[in-house]
Design a protein around this ligand. Structure first.
Ligand code: CA2
Length: 151
């Protein structure tokens, strides 16, 4: 059974409580519940991790070398635009990942247009709110199921 990990970056623990104009009314728990249902329906394992700390996110990516995670979906939050450390962790661990954003980062401030991760991601989904995560999960399921070697 493929294992997919969802990583949520800084401040995303506040979803649904602040700035609904940019990030919608759903909480992280609401999003995770819908993702869990989708994963269950496809027989895929799903776990999640949220941190407000860059080093903890780097550590969690490193941990995927040992814990059997096959694919990562990440909303790096503001670290998207700043973190060479998270980029290097992905390059070191060579885990395929999709970068997701709730808001359309291209329709906001100029500094949000640059990502340190997009060019090494399998794909990027931005601006579709909760659907950004659900569409990323669909894509991750297709990719992990197709790349599984028969035993
Ligand atoms: O649109 C996204 O998903 C972002 O990754 C969200 C980040 C932002 O820095 C990126 O440019 C785009 C910010 C996450 C902040 O989350 C909050 C949630 C509720 C209330 C306040 C902030």
């Amino acid at each position: 059974m493929p294992d997919i990990l969802v990583i949520h970056g800084p401040n995303l623990n506040l979803l649904g409580q602040r700035e609904p104009g940019h990030y919608g009314a759903d909480t992280l728990q609401d999003i995770e519940a819908e993702m869990a249902e989708l994963a269950r329906g496809h027989g895929v394992g799903l776990s999640s991790f949220q941190s407000n700390h860059e080093g903890e996110i780097v550590d969690r990516i490193h941990q995927t070398l040992r814990d059997g995670v096959d694919f990562i979906i990440i909303n790096p939050g503001a670290y998207t635009h700043t973190s060479i450390a998270i980029r290097d962790a992905f390059l070191a661990c060579r885990k395929p990942f999709i970068e997701v954003h709730l808001s359309n980062v291209h329709a906001r401030e100029e500094f949000r247009r640059h990502s340190y991760l997009s060019d090494i991601a399998v794909g990027v989904i931005s601006g579709l709110g909760k659907d950004s995560y659900l569409l990323a999960l669909h894509a991750a399921i297709i990719r992990t199921q197709h790349s599984e070697t028969p035993r």
